[in-house]
Design a protein around this ligand. Structure first.
Ligand SMILES: [Zn+2]
Length: 178
């Protein structure tokens, strides 16, 4: 059984000197960003590409309206967005998964970036068409699937949902909308 933890930590942009809170996802006490980076780095090396850093961040708790639904697999898209590009737009790049609540378990499978690859034509091209055009997606098969006990998963989700509400309230207060 895998273990899930959400932790709010600041994303710090050292180059441009700004910071904002993000929801980091820890699986078995390892940051999901590091787990993804390991897999993507291995893909780059196997392809003979230059090693380079992956660019992902967790959701910003001030603007994560659908975080709970997203992590219960209840969003309208087939995939849940776990991490976004550092520019905060999931449409730019993201790490996504299929999340399903099955009996007493929550299962994450098919974890991957939808677009990342040296030959990815564009985010707006269907996957099978892209494959036909020579798209060679990275192999994320060593990442997951992860299986969590529903009870502890809901504890983690309830905890972060309360924090998100607090962050959103403070952000709205700062904007003077309360
Ligand atoms: Zn981006």
């Amino acid at each position: 059984m895998d273990n899930l933890k959400f932790i709010i930590e600041d994303y710090v942009d050292e180059k441009y000197g700004f910071r904002f809170p993000t929801i980091n996802v820890y699986i078995n006490n390892q940051n999901l960003i590091s787990l993804v980076e390991e897999i993507e780095q291995r893909n780059r090396i196997l392809r003979g590409e230059e090693p380079s850093h992956s660019h992902y961040i967790g959701h910003d708790p001030r603007y994560s309206h659908d975080f709970r639904d997203e992590f219960l697999g209840l969003q309208s898209r087939p995939y849940s967005v776990l991490l976004t590009c550092t520019c905060t737009f999931a449409e730019c790049n993201c790490i996504m998964a299929k999340i399903a609540v099955v009996d007493k378990f929550v299962v994450w499978r098919e974890i991957k970036s939808p677009w990342l690859s040296s030959n990815s034509p564009s985010p707006w091209v269907e996957e099978d068409i892209a494959l036909g055009l020579g798209w060679m997606p990275y192999d994320y098969s060593d990442l997951g699937p992860f299986i969590f006990a529903k009870r502890t998963y809901m504890d983690a989700l309830n905890w972060i949902t309360a924090r998100i509400q607090l962050f959103r309230f403070i952000a709205a207060f700062d904007r003077g909308t309360y």
